[in-house]
Design a protein around this ligand. Structure first.
Ligand SMILES: C[S@@+](CC[C@H](N)C(=O)[O-])C[C@H]1O[C@@H](n2cnc3c(N)ncnc32)[C@H](O)[C@@H]1O
Length: 206
């Protein structure tokens, strides 16, 4: 049986969960997914509407949805199970820890950041995910040509995130817009009719 994921002995949706055997050792994604393939991370995946839709639209991609809340992680795992998505796995973990310690260097094709929590009050900014250390970890994790794709509705946090990624020496900003096979996230679906402006930006590792 795989070191990271149990598929044979766990009932139903539980099989979509990644079991981290050693929190000090980078994950082996060939082992996690049982195959090789372009690795896509959805960090702070919420209820997994985007991750499931994206995995379904791109069966050759390996999609890892990362979510710290157990209830939401379970919803994602249930989507993977019910929709028969063998290329979607769920990791219940803090994304910053994952990026810093568990992702092998140059292993990720795309990091999807969809509406990261903005923590609007200044005294709470320390809880924000995207800071310089996180940006450096993303750069390390990406393969050459790999991308970060950001979708966000909070202008203040957008400005700070842009500054963090722009400070990284080998990340080049580009205008990114979602094409076909890029479903809306649960938050975006919830915005319908609210007149919210959604910003998008991409960075590529050069
Ligand atoms: C604003 S919601 C957006 C959810 C989803 N990306 C979407 O667009 O519908 C942010 C999600 O990220 C999760 N989250 C926030 N910080 C996180 C972290 N450091 N690690 C993992 N998950 C995190 C929250 O629990 C929440 O589900």
């Amino acid at each position: 049986m795989s070191k990271h994921i149990s598929t044979g002995c766990l009932p139903g949706f539980e099989a979509a969960f990644v079991r981290v055997a050693d929190v000090c050792r980078p994950l082996d994604f060939g082992d996690v997914f049982g195959r090789s393939g372009p690795l896509h991370l959805d960090l702070g995946a919420g209820d997994g509407g985007f991750a499931a839709g994206f995995a379904g639209a791109h069966p050759s991609f390996n999609v890892l949805a990362v979510e710290r809340l157990l209830g939401r992680a379970r919803k994602i795992a249930k989507k993977a199970w019910r929709q028969g998505l063998g290329n979607l796995r769920v990791l219940r973990l803090e994304s910053g820890y994952l990026m810093r310690y568990l992702i092998p260097p140059s292993s990720v094709s795309v990091i999807h950041l969809m509406h990261p929590d903005p923590w609007p009050k200044r005294r709470h900014w320390k809880h924000r995910l995207v800071r310089d250390e996180f940006a450096a970890a993303c750069l390390r994790a990406l393969e050459p040509g790999g991308e970060i794709r950001l979708t966000i509705d909070h202008p203040g946090y957008l400005k700070d995130i842009v500054a963090c990624f722009d400070r990284q020496p080998s990340l080049q900003a580009f205008r990114w817009l979602p094409g076909a096979g890029y479903p809306k996230s649960d938050f975006e679906v919830g915005f319908a009719g609210q007149g919210k402006v959604v910003f998008r930006q991409g960075w590529r590792k050069i």
